[in-house]
Design a protein. Sequence first.
Length: 417
Amino acid sequence: EFRFSSFLHAHSFLGVASMLGVKLGVLVLLCAQNSLYTLLRRYSRGVLREQVSTSAVLLAAEMLKLVVSALLVEKPDSLGKSSHNETSGRLSSRLAIWIHVASTSMPMAVPAITYLIMNTLSFKAMELIDATVFAMIAQLKTLTTALACWIVLGRRLSMAQWRAVLALTIAVSIITFQRSAAGRVSCDMTVLAGTSAQPEGRNSQALLSYMAGLSMVMLEISLSGWISAYFEKHLKNGGMSVWARNLQLAMWSVAIYGMMAMMQSFVAEEAHDEPIDQNSAPKPLLATPIIGNFSIVTCMVVLLGGGGGLLVAFAIKYADALMKTMATAAALVAVVAAEVLFLGAPPDPIVCLAGALAIVTLQIYGDAPKADIRTHENSASTPATSSVPIGRAGTCMRDDGEAGLLLTTKSDANSSN
């Protein structure tokens, strides 16, 4: 019994270590993807002055995610085993999987429509308020995601974890404020500046527009937190695999962005008025169109955008929505460091201190004790000799998808004595 128990605990440790390794690897990849994605977009728009339609880029990224997910999606358990032979039934089996996934994709229409609403709100808010205020308020997504996970998923955080979330939000807000072009000036003063030179009615209209912009940003970040928790709930309910959920979301996103691209091509004309300066940027290779008007940089943005959508789903599946949002916030620190090292941006001591605070905060959150949310539930409804469901490699899977160590129950302890 002792050897078998030692063997079981050894496999439990290996299972937990592998799960933690996958979680950490996915979060690190997501942080790197966000950093490269932001840098390439800034390089494309700011240095190369590319004027590719945003809807076309998003549509291409979603189509890439659609193709990859369609090729890698597994057969759901509800379809059962097919009776076709291997040669003639492979295509029909794949078509049956796609039809089944598409017919049950209605829950993923909610994230697709919500993302469209969020993008619309953010674009409209940028017209009404300063970019600095918009970027700073957008950093509150970490806090709204934590609140949404508590409300939607019932996941509680300990006080130490809440302090880490607040500290990370403050750190990335400081970085955003300092790195902004208008970060030296208070945006409230810029909105209300010149009030003595303007009529009172125009000043009140400007103030109302500013408040409307703030309301739009707050609604956008609230929707961001809620949809992250909603997506995690449907990813971890066991009904569909990660690839199936990505395929469903990509189907709806392709339909939405496809209609947007068509409307933009028929209604709005592309802006070709600005002449392209042939001497301002290293354009011989990077800005040369290779697929339509997509250059190499644009194709890389599409690849990173499609890969980022897949990584988000895996980060939520193997970690949680809050850790995904924190990894995205940590990408801001990597972006600032890359701008200083490679793009010639001037280093800022305040930004360096805030970046160090963000990194330390992530470590504090990882080391913080978790809230004990099962104490009163186990004491009220679970008997003392309850059994623990054992997964592969001697691990037990909690409701939140994380692997836990296999603990010896009281009955086992009494029998061994």
